[in-house]
Design a protein around this ligand. Structure first.
Ligand code: DQA
Length: 147
């Protein structure tokens, strides 16, 4: 049976491709989903791909992932910098967690430099564009194979 990897996306990422393309690029979230699904299949992984603008919905998916997922890849978007609740939810999970940011948050405004989620993440990928999701998936495959 394929291992399920949750790929969770936070607020405003539904506008990927339209939103500040000079920062986030031209590819849409549907493109990212398709890329992830295509990359996952040969690794024997299945993707559960979600996006929400609401913190509690993301938390509910993390709770679901506790039971269902072999790993979580999460771009918490702006909640990265504000949400102790998302950190707490991730701390209830025992599976590997990889944090992804399309942009390099450390090169941007100082309020983006701190991530609550990084306190739980096993790896952090930032500034690789949407390719960061594929890098995360590659690393997740290794972590899941080791498990
Ligand atoms: O919405 C986002 C997207 C982001 O997580 C990224 O993918 O680069 C970076 C965050 O600072 C920002 O709020």
């Amino acid at each position: 049976m394929a291992k399920i990897i949750y790929v969770l996306n936070g607020p405003n990422l539904n506008l990927l491709g339209k939103r500040e393309p000079e920062i986030y690029g031209a590819q849409t979230l549907d493109d990212v989903r398709a890329m992830c699904e295509a990359a996952a299949a040969p690794k024997g992984l299945e993707i559960a791909f979600h996006q929400s603008n609401a913190e509690h919905v993301l938390i509910d998916w993390i709770h679901e992932a506790r039971e269902a997922a072999a790993g979580i890849i999460i771009n918490p978007a702006a909640y990265t910098h504000t949400s102790i609740a998302i950190l707490d939810a991730l701390n209830t999970c025992t599976c590997p967690v990889i944090e992804v940011h399309v942009s390099n948050i450390h090169k941007r405004e100082s309020f983006r430099h701190h991530s609550y989620v990084s306190a739980r993440a096993d790896a952090v990928i930032a500034g690789c564009g949407v390719e960061g999701y594929l890098l995360a998936l590659q690393r997740m495959a290794t972590l899941c194979a080791d498990a």
